[in-house]
Design a protein around this ligand. Sequence first.
Ligand code: NAD
Length: 314
Amino acid sequence: MGKTAIVTGGAGFIGSHLVDALVGQGWQVTAIDDLSSGKRENLNAAASLREIDIVDGEALAEAIEQERPSAVWHLAAQASVTASVADPRRDLLVNVLGTLNVLESANRLGVPVVFTSTGGALYGDRAPLPTSEQQIPEPLAPYGASKWAAEAYVRTWSASSQVPNAVCRLGNVYGPRQSPHGEAGVVAIFSHHLHAGRTPKIYGHGKPTRDYIHVSDVVAALIACSGRSGAFNIATATETDVITLWQQLQAIAGTEIEPQLADLRPGELQRSCLDIGLAESEIGWRPQVQLADGLRETYQALVAEFESRDGLPN
Ligand SMILES: NC(=O)c1ccc[n+]([C@@H]2O[C@H](COP(=O)([O-])OP(=O)(O)OC[C@H]3O[C@@H](n4cnc5c(N)ncnc54)[C@H](O)[C@@H]3O)[C@@H](O)[C@H]2O)c1
């Protein structure tokens, strides 16, 4: 029998890729997901699914005790910045109480947790670029605040239980299976519009910058961090503005669509670029996928998904 892993949020975008990789490495994987934004069809057929809301501490504890995992990756979250602005209490419940529930259940059994925090929404607009983990966070939106609070519990539970828990502060992740229907995930959103020949809205007039990282590089980092302690930026240390990203995708799609430029939305950051030196030196991880290659592969995969699944945008 292989080792057992629990992946919360395993039916989501990043979680489902992590599940695929773990299954490929011989793990028995159980996803815990309430399917609020994730989809059952994202989940690897070799993995099982427990439909649980992580805010329900009792149900979660029971599931983790029954599974007796060797490792937990905690990705389930309220992951939308604008939803966190609209409903900060639900954001707090899922991201803070939900994380505390996961930590209590896993660490009580001596099981390490890897938690996905945000590098993009944590540091705020005044941080020097590329931003290191030493920078004191100044989140602009409740989503960044709840992730930061959850990080504190991750550290505290490591200290009190002597179980190593790691925090991965992710840049802007892109790749196949990312939903084009959310407010983030700009590569998926642009790809959906390009495929349909539609005009997208580009916020911040195309000037905001982000640190885009391919999902396969994130998965490698998440696996490498299991059993480690500490907080690590997981990104590429490369700053790309949104209009350049749009132009690169246009070139791949072979289209010439004029985007509609709009102001930034509340809680959104002007610039983001993360220092990844700590992850390189401490866990020996570094990103492998160049943006141009990742965008081409992702566009092709997403187009295949749009055509087989949910068609074109309304
Ligand atoms: N995508 C990015 O660029 C990015 C950047 C930084 C951090 N993150 C973090 O990475 C993690 C995964 O993000 P993603 O992009 O795959 O998002 P996603 O929305 O695709 O995945 C989140 C998953 O969690 C599940 N979920 C949400 N609330 C839940 C609850 N209360 N109980 C159980 N399951 C619940 C959803 O159904 C979904 O399957 C999140 O923690 C997110 O905050 C993502």
